[in-house]
Design a protein around this ligand. Sequence first.
Ligand code: OAD
Length: 232
Amino acid sequence: MRKKIVFLTGAGVSAESGVPTFRDSGGLWEGYNVEDVASIEGWYRNPKLMLDFYTDRRRAMMSVEPNAAHRAIAKLEEKYDVVVVTQNVDDLHERGGSTNVIHLHGELAKVCSSRDKETCIKVLPYEIPLKMGDKADDGSQLRPYIVWFGEAVPNIQRALEEVASADIFVVVGTSMQVQPAASLIFASRAEQNYIIDPNTPREVGRLGVNIRVIQKKATEGMAELLEILMQP
Ligand code: OAD
């Protein structure tokens, strides 16, 4: 029987690919106040600003590549059942080779209806800008398929079930400041728990005693973990 490893990843896993994290930049995200560009109120207030902002984020995806941490996570599929629960909206886990990725906060590659977010979902190539007047099949304005503050997190139940059934649970590169994602750590019943982050989050103590902290960047920490987990 193959063991199951569940990863919970955040912005830190993509940092070495050149995607900026959220809270390492003094509260600003690419120069914007997070509430203005990442909340449903922001969308109601100024949809054009949101569309332009996400068009820029989508375009930025074309010049980034998965790093060694994404690839190491994918390599573990040779020996384990691996599920990646990610808060990231980039597709670097998939491009790094992971085949089972649950996106908690949506995906930059996709757009959806602004009337009913879980409908009319489709992939829009990164080079195509998202503009006012672009319509979903239900006639509403197309919007980014992103979970904004103030919105439900549809994949949280699936993620909870995966974490609760993990043999090995690994947290990589998240400050665990955003709920409900952060509470996933309390669902772990795994025999081995690891945290990889150069700045260990304070929530770490609550995971229990059988936790190993690898206080390193994602690429270095994942190289270390790969050695441990791929031992014959
Ligand atoms: P944060 O920016 O809050 O946290 C990034 C974490 O990555 C911190 O703990 C850093 O110490 C760590 N870090 C930085 N560089 C790293 C590296 N090279 N290797 C490993 N770790 C590194 O990002 P998240 O926790 O992902 O939500 O943020 C959670 C959510 O807040 C995001 O998904 C987003 C944001 O608002 C939405 O947009 C809904």
